[in-house]
Design a protein around this ligand. Structure first.
Ligand SMILES: Cc1cc2nc3c(=O)[nH]c(=O)nc-3n(C[C@H](O)[C@H](O)[C@H](O)COP(=O)(O)OP(=O)(O)OC[C@H]3O[C@@H](n4cnc5c(N)ncnc54)[C@H](O)[C@@H]3O)c2cc1C
Length: 302
């Protein structure tokens, strides 16, 4: 365990991380901070020893936190980082912690089109930039203009344009020592009624095609070029396959659903077992899209 102490009023010791994730698993953060504004974030970073590992957590909808927790400082943006400002020129400036469904609904209510696809993605703006989140024919790369990033080691702020982020399918060059604190999106004018209908239709599609109300982190594997991981897993008859407290969703084969008593290691084991099964039977190595944070036992999973 790291021994140094982070002496800052905004930093707590030993905070359970499971409740901050959609899988609801994982151990404690050695230290945890939820800064409410840029000044507090930078002051926390300044107080943190340079050797301390810093991990940023958004809404935890694409991660599995290790049962051993994170031996470092976990930063989760709070307070004013969830603000959204829709400007007269159609640009939408928002904080890194803003939940994506709120962004989608705010833009639709203001008659701005382009951001409706975010309504079904339960992440934050920062997580969406890092993962280039997308769906329903769009993605973050298509709607983002620029971001403001804080470097966790130096505390320096920088502005990066969308073309500098290497946004490709579910990937970006935003590194593990960078925190997206703000993002600016571009939108087009639209009809509020039509935009709200779009929101309703996407929400309905999600309810019909995804296992809502369960512990999961969305699509587990990235899609290989021109294929769908869910279709590959389904073609092997694996829907509903269960090992202990984790199963392949019967509704969407790329969703792996955990029972409330599952551990992070159970999820790790299950994901790697499915990965090995698919590779053995099809020769295709599916690459996880979900992010495993912290240490996992690299056990034999075939
Ligand atoms: C039911 C369900 C449906 C989903 N559907 C979709 C979908 O349609 N399309 C899609 O793309 N994804 C989908 N996801 C996955 C997930 O919602 C997205 O990847 C989302 O962008 C993750 O955001 P987050 O805030 O939850 O990030 P987290 O899960 O908290 O973190 C993900 C990664 O981003 C990093 N990160 C988080 N915040 C920041 C920040 N402010 N600055 C820098 N790095 C940061 C973390 O360190 C981590 O590496 C779904 C998930 C669920 C549970």
């Amino acid at each position: 365990m790291t021994r140094a102490v982070i002496d800052h009023s905004a930093v707590s010791d030993g905070v359970p991380l499971g409740p901050f994730t959609t899988y609801r698993v994982g151990g404690n953060a050695r230290w945890f901070a939820e800064p409410t504004d840029l000044e507090e974030l930078r002051s926390v970073l300044k107080t943190t020893p340079k050797t301390t590992k810093i991990v940023v957590l958004g809404r935890g909808s694409n991660v599995v936190v290790s049962d051993k927790g994170i031996d470092g400082l976990v930063v989760r943006l709070g307070g004013s980082f969830a603000a959204v400002d829709i400007r007269d020129d159609g640009s939408v400036v928002c904080g890194g912690a803003l939940p994506l469904p709120q962004l989608a609904r705010a833009a639709a209510a203001a008659g701005r089109s382009g951001l409706g696809f975010y309504v079904g993605i339960p992440g934050s703006v920062g997580g969406a930039v890092r993962m280039n989140a997308g769906g329903h024919g769009s993605d973050t790369a298509a709607v983002l203009t620029s971001i403001v990033v804080v470097d966790t080691k130096s505390g320096e702020l920088s502005i990066r344009s969308v073309k500098d982020l290497a946004l490709t399918y579910r990937s970006s060059n935003v590194g593990p020592t960078e925190i997206v604190v703000q993002a600016t999106f571009h939108t087009e004018a639209g009809d509020t009624q039509e935009l709200e209908d779009e929101i309703r239709s996407i929400t309905r599609w999600r309810k019909d095609n995804q296992p809502g109300g369960t512990y999961n982190a969305g699509s587990v594997f990235r899609n290989p070029p021109d294929q769908h991981s869910g279709a590959i897993i389904d073609s092997l008859g694996l829907k509903g396959t269960r090992i202990g407290p984790v199963k392949v969703s019967e509704i969407h084969a790329n969703f792996m659903v955990a029972d409330s008593d599952a551990t992070a290691q159970d999820i790790w084991r299950f994901v790697h077992t499915i990965q090995n099964l698919v590779q053995t039977r099809t020769g295709i190595l599916l690459e996880p899209e979900i992010v495993f944070l912290g240490a996992f036992e690299k056990e034999e999973s075939r």
